[in-house]
Design a protein around this ligand. Structure first.
Ligand SMILES: [Zn+2]
Length: 52
């Protein structure tokens, strides 16, 4: 299950954060199915370094 963290959504498998819940869900589906991340999806994740 995608987890809501503050205003963002976390892929429970790879722990990447997304602003858009739809991307977090896509990421999680891919991560669970393939046991790996899809760069086409993870590029939509939040770069934590940019938040600070
Ligand atoms: Zn993921």
């Amino acid at each position: 299950m995608v987890k809501k963290i503050g205003k963002n959504y976390e892929c429970e498998d790879c722990k990447l954060l997304y602003v858009d819940k739809a991307w977090a869900q896509k990421c999680e589906e891919f991560c669970i199915r393939h046991k790996a991340c899809n760069l086409a999806i993870t590029k939509h994740s939040i770069n934590l370094k940019k938040l600070h």
